[in-house]
Design a protein. Structure first.
Lengths: 330, 330
């Protein structure tokens, strides 16, 4: 089978490709060709070098989508996007990449099928940013999408296109609304959501982290491993069970910041917990207060998508996948 | 105030313009300039000839939106669309007119404001086709949009754009999800929904009409006069009360086909009712069974939008507005 990952240099993209390299049958059939695309040339995993090629290309540029699709991949993971803050700061760029780029890809598939029959599986990374407050404490699968950012708008529009193109048989699309990924590997970043990961990742390595909100803040999480699992499952699953509503809110863990910290204490001890420095930040507190805190996600669970059920598990996954099993205990 | 009606040759567009001609203060302030646009040159109402001009133009054509917006209208009614059946039959045309045309208009407003400040009121005609079954018996204001046609998809996407552009202050947008308009004036047409009007309009003039479904079919209605009222109210209302959720399901009347016929009997007598010929049509029955039958529409009601509450009223409006007060009684 031929597989294409668009957005392969991002965190989830890289982890997905690593998974395919480790487990060649992850998608159910062997991979004969792997094409990795991003605006910067994505890394090729050692184990797949002979069947992989990496391309630096922008989906929104004229002709790029058509040339990518000319190789007729059987499975396409579309993870490429500019992030929320950038899409908000740069109106034109946000719409160009996150909406027009996605539509170019969809139309390229439609055009390719005019030559000879072609209907790939297409897995699209959406976001819970399609929801905007006020919302119920637990957001159900039938709640409306009223984004309060241009990023969320672009994702919600892409979800609608995904459903219509799938309904018309142009491709077999599945939209995956990801929870906030925790623990994000790497360094602390400036995203408003960064602290959810920072307060675990840094102490687990003996480093300080800043907590800008109260312990009583609730949020919605899944590990990077769970996220990769969502995409792999979406590529393999029987889509005849989905029906025309093609985007699914993924399962996740609804937890308090205080529960994150308790789990850290259980696993890494009190010295690790002491590395969390409380520095209330009114701006971040306000941003976070507008985010959804819990979802029902019943449809996705019934369709076989699985996430973590407590923070101990999320932390253990990070220790296994990122720290080689080693934790700092002070 | 300068007013522009895009889609002015359609049924609602013409009735809206007639209303503005009859009541020059309908929008709260006098109209100094009225621009009427459609793909065919729309008629200019006699009373407004001195301040009106009519244009045949396609919003989706290069440069059209910018040249329209160069006149900086204060209020823009955007009613232009190709209908559901055509958007389904012609994928490219549907997306070009109903999505790209709308986005061109929105972007033209954004670009115009780069010269000097400009933020018009923009009223967009959406549709209950944004909903797709299965849905609850009564659809609430927070139910998700999962269209089952490309037309509904294009309307749902336009609603998202309307909200994002309004949130960013580019224009002051309101989306109006219209019920099925009944009684549509004119001749019977081939739209699957045509019979809802045909079975009243034709007998009221002594003509036969075909009923292809059972009397127990329930649907969602408002008169043409109510529809014009929605647009006029949206142009005048205080939008600070709306918040970021810019599209509203309009109020309407949920009624059975049997209730339509009973009202016809009360107003026009048994001979009129006898002009309805029952010819069950499995295709139309199937299409109609997928349509929503009732809505809560609480938000729109609270914001002052008003529709009819029984079919007698809907029929009387038709008699007043279309038949000069005269009804055929056999």
């Amino acid at each position: 089978m031929r597989v294409m990952v668009i957005g392969a240099a991002g965190m989830i993209g890289r982890k997905l490709v690593e998974k395919l390299a480790l487990d060649s049958e992850a998608l159910g059939r062997g991979i004969e060709q792997l094409t990795l695309v991003d605006v910067i040339e994505p890394p090729i995993p050692a184990g797949l070098a002979s069947i992989s090629h990496a391309l630096a290309a922008d989906l929104a540029d004229e002709g790029v989508a058509a040339s990518l699709i000319a190789s007729r991949p059987d499975v396409i993971f579309h993870l490429a996007a500019i992030v929320s803050g950038e899409a908000e700061a740069d109106f034109d760029k946000g719409y160009r990449i996150n909406l027009d780029g996605t539509r170019s890809l969809f139309d390229a598939i439609r055009n390719e099928a005019k030559q000879e029959p072609y209907r790939p599986r297409l897995i699209f990374a959406s976001s819970i940013a399609v929801f905007g407050e006020p919302f119920p404490e637990k957001i159900g699968d039938e709640f409306f999408t009223t984004p309060l950012t241009s990023y969320g708008t672009q994702k919600a529009i892409s979800e609608l296109l995904l459903a219509d193109y799938s309904r018309r048989g142009i491709f077999d699309g599945i939209g995956i609304r990801l929870p906030t990924i925790c623990i994000r590997p790497g360094k602390p970043n400036k995203a408003a959501s960064g602290f959810f990961s920072n307060i675990l990742r840094e102490p687990l390595s003996g480093l300080e982290a800043v907590l800008p909100v109260d312990d009583t803040v609730r949020h919605w999480f899944a590990s990077p491993r769970a996220a990769v699992g969502f995409f792999v499952h979406a590529a393999r699953m029987d889509t005849s069970r989905i029906g025309p509503r093609r985007t699914l809110t993924m399962p996740g863990l609804s937890a308090l910041v205080g529960e994150e910290i308790e789990a850290l204490g259980r696993i890494a001890g009190p010295k690790a917990v002491k590395l969390i420095r409380r520095e209330p930040d009114a701006v971040i507190r306000k941003i976070v207060s507008g985010w959804a805190t819990d979802f029902d996600a019943r449809r996705a669970r019934e369709l076989g998508f699985v996430a973590e059920t407590d923070f101990d598990e999320i932390i253990r996954i990070h220790i296994e996948d990122e720290l080689g099993g080693k934790v700092w205990h002070g």
